[in-house]
Design a protein around this ligand. Sequence first.
Ligand code: NAD
Length: 260
Amino acid sequence: MGGQLQDRVAIITGSGRGQGLSAAKLFVSEGAKVVINDLDEQSVKNAVNEITSAGGTAVPAVGDVSDPAAVERVLQVAQDSFGGLDILYNNAGIGYSATERMSIGMGDILSTSIEDWQRTLDINLNGVFYFCKFGIPQLAERGGGVIINTASIAALRGGQNAHAYGASKAAIVQLTKSIAVTYGKQGIRANAICPGVIDTEMIHDTMLSDEARVTAIRQRTPIGEIGTADDIAATALFLASDAGKFITGQAVAVDGGMTA
Ligand SMILES: NC(=O)c1ccc[n+]([C@@H]2O[C@H](COP(=O)([O-])OP(=O)(O)OC[C@H]3O[C@@H](n4cnc5c(N)ncnc54)[C@H](O)[C@@H]3O)[C@@H](O)[C@H]2O)c1
């Protein structure tokens, strides 16, 4: 019996760790062949090793999503390794990040430098644009496919900080809806996932670093928990699989009810 994504080819950006890695492992366990993309070469190697040594199919594609030439190379890896593309999961993003300055994209407008604003938009938004621009023809060539773009609950409401981050993520939601409207008849579904507070390295040493903040977040969350990368991966699988075949153009908050 085949898995929910049997023989489908997926690119997952930023899948060296965190939510992307969790989704890569879940997609592979459901029969997908996955291109592991990340900026961080070592994490790509580790992810591919972990998946292939467990019997799954994954290939590496190191590259910066904010570089259009690198994006074309990553898409070519899917073609060369697996002959096409069925699922494009644009997960890579920065905010609170171990690989970037802690505050990038996370200040208010007055404290955000022009450089930080541009870097945040370059990675979080332009990277999605490049992958969709060059990837949609590849999906259409196979008679359709699925796009999942990672936004955030910061896309859905204002905040006293995270102004660049929130703007980049809100734009992703809008772009996702327009893609869904425009390419639906070509068999392409596009949805955004809006994670709430998810315990990954992006926020582990910042937002989740002290017990008082964790307690405050739990209190603001109806479910009363901090989310996990697996919670997001499960949603991505649902949207990517045929179980989600009538869902397109949506921004799905996976946030324990925080935005409710
Ligand atoms: N963790 C949260 O609470 C939270 C909440 C809302 C949204 N998100 C979003 O979820 C997505 C995944 O984040 P995560 O929580 O797994 O964090 P993470 O920092 O653990 O993972 C992000 C991955 O993206 C990679 N990356 C960063 N810049 C890149 C680039 N230019 N090119 C290629 N790869 C790049 C990083 O190397 C890293 O492996 C991001 O888009 C993030 O904005 C996270």
